[in-house]
Design a binder for this molecule. Sequence first.
Ligand SMILES: *Cc1c(COP(=O)(O)O)cnc(C)c1O
Length: 380
Amino acid sequence: MKLPIDRFKELRTPFYCYDLSLLRSTLQVIKDEIEGYPFVVHYALKANANPVLLNEIVKTGIGADLVSGNEIMAALEAGFSPSRMAYAGVGKTDWEIETGIDNDIYCFNVESVPEMEVINEIAARKGKTAGIAIRVNPNIDAHTHRYITTGTTDNKFGIDVPVLDEVVEKAVSLSNIHLRGLHFHIGSQITTLEPFRLLCEKINELVEHFEKMGVKFEMIDVGGGLGVDYENPEQNPIAPFHDFFNVFKQSLKLREGQQVHFEFGRSIVAQCGALISRVVFVKENSIKKFVILDAGMTDLIRPALYSAHHKIVNLTSQKQEQEIYDVVGPICESSDVFSTDEKLPITRRGDLIALLTAGAYGESMASRYNMRDLPQCHFC
Ligand SMILES: *Cc1c(COP(=O)(O)O)cnc(C)c1O
């Protein structure tokens, strides 16, 4: 992504910098890949709901994948069409369900029988029919971090395959819901295609099974989870959409008129954002050198939360010589560490540091812990 360092020098840090032209190229790649296929793409707002980014994304006509009532409101405000909104989450409250029904969203991705009953009840009270998909837990290991694996049986998400018959029958029997299809989302930052191939096989089995029971699905939602390259963002600024879509083009047996829905979060926005910060101090103890930034886990929590690593670049050091540093934030938590044993050119107080690939789950997870200001943002 573009990093206009001269402009950065006058700006107060820390801030997120977003490259809108990279976002546009990413969206164009997706558009080209799905051309001619019955594929519908949604953007998962939880990855980054910055209104400027949403404004770019909504222009391409893609839908919205939502996980709270406030996200439904934000998506409406940004101009997403309710007919292209899907709402997932294990704990939808009554007002959130009402918000979805009042706005006639396309689909609730239902995660339990009690939830399905409440959606039916609320829809009945309003004299409406709510579209739903059943979120299936396919018990596929996405081989990603355990905090972002969602499709295995020890996980709170979705409904297990062994009880699916009953749940589908129940959905068909309730009069104020309309069963549109099945929903899957097996995890995030998935960097091999094998889990997606396994998912296709599982879907083919299930679609065939339910067809025999006389149940047809207008839509299969395969979720998101496509990973991005955190270690070499400059070489791979756009996620491998071509190979990813090929798996579904080749492996999924679609029925007449059936659509496949995709819900990308990270793979759309991650590479378009960098967190820019200044070095406050360089500190040394008997065994280590620390680079202490003015950005911390309140701005970018992924390293503290899931041991994630972002590529770190010193934007202003002219030094050829390198040193090994631990790069840390200023927050009063021992987990406020961006990287240990990071090789950087000799770094000084005042240097500008970029944490790359920070467009997804960065700004959207920022907090005010330690009473810090939320990070600013700028666009280039
Ligand atoms: C978070 C989420 C997504 C997006 O996941 P990414 O890994 O960011 O692509 C898609 N669908 C659901 C249901 C989600 O919860």
